[in-house]
Write a protein that binds this ligand. Sequence first.
Ligand code: FAD
Length: 376
Amino acid sequence: MFSPDWIVVGAGFTGATLAERIGSALQQRVLVIDRRDHAGGNAFDYPGPYDILVHKYGPHIFHTNSKKIWDYLSRFTEWRPYFHHVLAHVDGRYTPIPFNLNTLNDLFPLGMAATITSSLVETYGYGKKVPILQMRDAQNEQLRFLADYVYRKVFENYTMKQWNLRPEQLDSSVSARVPIHISRDDRYFQDTYQAMPARGYTDLFKRMLTHENIRVSTSTDYDSIDGLYPNARVIFTGPIDEYFRYEDGALPYRSIRFRMFEQETAYAQPVGTVNYPNEFDFTRITEFKHLTGQTAPGTVCVEEYSEAYVPGKNEPYYPIPTEDTASALRPYQERARELRGKVWFAGRLGDYAYYNMDQATGRALALFEKELSVLR
Ligand SMILES: Cc1cc2nc3c(=O)[nH]c(=O)nc-3n(C[C@H](O)[C@H](O)[C@H](O)COP(=O)(O)OP(=O)(O)OC[C@H]3O[C@@H](n4cnc5c(N)ncnc54)[C@H](O)[C@@H]3O)c2cc1C
């Protein structure tokens, strides 16, 4: 009988990293459970039509500036170098985003683009990234015009579709994710390390979780095993409000409906993702072949429709970072502190934080090093 020292709830990046560290570095037994019928969390991928690797819960592109996180994950995968490119459909053209100097040349008359470029470089410096909401307060009239244009054409409606909130209502960390980039670098991310796991995320997770001290049980909800292992410590990476039975109120999340479709053409679009800020109900279309580098006679794409999270109906994908949700989270953080030593919360849903995959991994590594590795 496998008698675990630890229960890790959730087999995404957070849960898998903690299970791997506890199993191999602490040499303690871990039972990882996930209510879904697979490991991998939101990064789960599988071979779809034409054998193209598709991401069930939306496109996931790995990027990080942290050598530590890169080195850690590189123990479990080889990588395929990949720079993500995104176009937005603006004023009838497909133009590169984040908005940069190439976008400026693409959308404005040449003379005007040149003058605005000079103002941008003089005011902020070449290579800088400036949040749109910040540029809207610029002294220079042309820069205010540009910020206003980008706000209206690229940012405002996309944000409304994605979050059902106005950009000003969201935490500034969200709007900072969509800056104006004073550069000709068209890549969507500028991180030092950008790549896709060569055999996909599911393979990476399999390698992380294959260890004599680790057992994985999918299609297993925490409720169904709660109390079975009274001496085991618990790491919970599901929604923190759900753990506490919503006693301080339900936290809001954003969900997404994915519509996957295939086409009998080599490529459906020129880059990995095309955003549609102003047209249609979906926010963006991603074509997986660009991400995986596979060749096939046909192709597979996914459209994303943001929607409200309704428990039992869809999945809580995004915590919603606003001042109100930060206050609503506090009582739960207080409850979590009281349980420490027995139960820990981490991850996008456990911390209620808008983490990327590298941040989820980094948070898990830091929790392990600071608090868990000293436990015996
Ligand atoms: C559409 C979309 C696109 C994204 N694109 C990117 C990207 O390009 N690059 C990037 O770096 N990041 C991206 N992310 C973010 C990325 O998905 C997260 O950073 C990552 O999944 C966080 O890992 P996690 O382990 O904290 O959470 P998750 O991956 O959400 O894993 C939590 C797991 O816990 C399970 N669980 C919850 N409650 C219970 C319970 N009670 N019992 C049992 N199991 C439970 C869930 O089923 C889930 O599998 C994207 C996210 C979304 C939604």
